[in-house]
Design a protein around this ligand. Structure first.
Ligand code: TIU
Length: 219
């Protein structure tokens, strides 16, 4: 079985047939100007910079025969799955459901809600629409992974401290062995990315492991 010997806090061993890559929310809404991320006041260019690394990670997963899962943070057009607490939070330039340059913000099926072209899912890969920050909340992800006997999850995507960390914590509580690929995740706030990586692998891997794409490719 492959082992990421440089993973921290300790080597991470997994088996391809029981492993899934979970690519969190690599959507135009977060990565391109005019979407949800920018509406919250963020500089989205920090997120765009990881797209080539995530693409190499997705290629690696496809070549190794792992299940590939893509998530999209999204809401129904009638907003029935968007609590007021989420839609009315803060003072964004545009709220979830408002019209923006890429269509309605964070709404399923709108151009801005799509995964960026460079990382488009291919046939046989799972696409999970999620109304929350966590990928397991109000989705079929848990059942899909259980049906396939998946035990190990490799995480990438955006943003590190919001949807990636929430999903990784949900997965950890459900008994999955999880590793976060450090250079395939990004935050609008670089210090939060650094802090998240540190907290995930602290206390003997309280949430899971971390490793770089290079460390994984060595395994
Ligand atoms: N996908 C995800 O992380 N959703 C967010 O809203 N992230 C922010 O950092 N705002």
């Amino acid at each position: 079985m492959p082992t990421i010997s440089r993973a921290r806090p300790s080597p991470f061993t997994f088996e391809a047939s029981h492993t899934a890559l979970i690519v969190i929310d690599m959507q135009r809404d977060f990565i391109e100007p005019g979407g949800f991320g920018e509406s919250l006041g963020n500089d989205v260019s920090l997120l765009a910079s990881i797209v080539p690394t995530v693409a190499r990670l997705v290629d690696h997963a496809r070549n190794e025969g792992w299940l590939v899962v893509h998530t999209r943070e999204s809401h129904a057009p009638d907003l029935s799955d968007c609590p007021a607490a989420k839609r009315l939070r803060g003072a964004p330039q545009a709220r979830i459901g408002d019209m923006g340059p890429m269509g309605r913000i964070l709404i399923r099926g709108e151009p801005g809600n799509a995964i960026v072209d460079e990382l488009a899912p291919v046939a046989g890969e799972l696409v999970i629409d999620k109304p929350g920050k966590g990928a397991f909340y109000a989705t079929r992800l848990g059942e899909e992974l259980a049906q396939r006997g998946i035990t190990h999850l490799v995480f990438a995507g955006v943003t590190t401290e919001v949807c990636v960390q929430t999903s990784m914590r949900e997965a950890n509580d459900r008994g999955y062995e999880c590793v976060l690929i450090e250079d395939a995740t990004a935050s609008y706030i670089p210090a939060f990315k650094t802090a998240t990586i540190e907290m995930i692998r602290s206390q003997g891997g309280i949430v899971g492991w971390t490793a770089t794409l290079g460390d994984l490719q060595e395994a």
